[in-house]
Ligand binder design. Sequence first.
Ligand code: HEC
Ligand code: HEC
Ligand code: HEC
Ligand code: HEC
Length: 247
Amino acid sequence: MFISFHRSILISSAALLGSIWYSATVFGDTASATYEGKEVCIKCHDLQGETFAETAHAKAFDSLKPNVKNDVKKLAKLDPGKDYTNDPNCVGCHTTGYGEPGGYSADMPAGLLKALQGVTCESCHGAGSVFREQHGEAENTLKRDGEYTDRKVLIAAGQNYDYEAKCVACHLNYEGSGYEGAHPPFTPFTPSLGDKYKFDFIKSVMHEEDNEAKSIHEHFKLIGVFNGEAPAIREELQNNAIDPDSY
Ligand code: HEC
Ligand code: HEC
Ligand code: HEC
Ligand code: HEC
């Protein structure tokens, strides 16, 4: 009873805040932000990096290799022996930033190419070349001057807070999903192949899935360098977050 009541608040406030952020993102200067790969994030966020490595998203590129996940490939009428790692019908959702400036593309330098394989940090948090520097600067500002930095600065630099919009662009990109932006190439894995493939944002983002594998890294308590509006899911996730010193 309590849980479902609580959840409906989460959903409605998420919808409300989503629209405010959306306009901030549209008018912000995100043009210069490009993708850099997860290593730059992990330098400062090592615990998120460590726990992210265990998730299905981190391993998403491997699923495109031949003779991996043969059973589910057969289920989806894919060829288990085929190498799909260069297939334009597949890489879009199994790499980071595909089709966007500085995002994954088959002809980029080998180092960066490898760094952007899989669904990594910037797939959910946005292209990080500009906001990552602001994170470090904001921490220094707090230590030096005792001043907090507003999240609006991050949003203007391309950091994403509308998580659901990012998830559904991959997870609901198939015909009949109800997602308005759906366009080919579609995901081969849809609920018609089994309930496992039904996408539920709140369930998976709150780590309420039935399966043991988590799709997002563990959450760790923040100091609170940034202020201003935070996503609706923040409070509950932070209440249950792990204290980094005890991990
Ligand atoms: C130079 C170190 C540094 C780098 C590099 C960095 N961050 Fe951060 N990040 C921080 C600090 C410091 C905070 C504030 C932590 C706090 O409030 O406890 C932060 C906060 C965050 C937050 C929470 C922001 C909020 O709304 O409170 C997210 C999400 C995040 N970083 C993701 C990333 C991602 C993704 C990357 C890579 C593109 C990245 N960071 C790169 C230092 C860094
Ligand atoms: C760039 C595309 C993309 C984005 C963005 C994305 N996902 Fe995924 N997601 C995938 C792919 C691809 C897989 C399958 C990984 C594999 O096993 O190869 C996956 C797998 C999952 C799974 C299944 C995990 C398992 O163990 O079976 C869940 C749950 C999930 N994602 C939730 C989310 C949520 C929640 C968000 C947003 C916060 C999100 N995803 C964002 C592409 C994406
Ligand atoms: C529109 C985005 C999208 C495209 C295009 C896409 N995928 Fe995926 N793929 C996903 C998502 C999302 C999942 C996770 C589904 C889930 O677990 O709910 C996934 C999961 C998978 C899985 C793991 C399924 C499991 O049960 O473990 C394999 C294998 C896979 N995709 C292969 C492919 C291949 C091969 C192609 C190209 C023919 C492809 N995908 C194209 C989004 C996509
Ligand atoms: C599938 C989507 C997804 C991916 C991939 C992802 N994150 Fe997150 N991340 C989230 C969500 C959702 C939150 C919760 C946001 C909130 O509380 O406001 C979050 C929160 C964070 C935070 C805030 C503190 C915390 O632990 O909750 C940091 C820092 C962060 N992520 C860093 C990273 C880094 C570094 C990577 C890559 C190694 C990464 N994230 C990959 C979805 C993702």
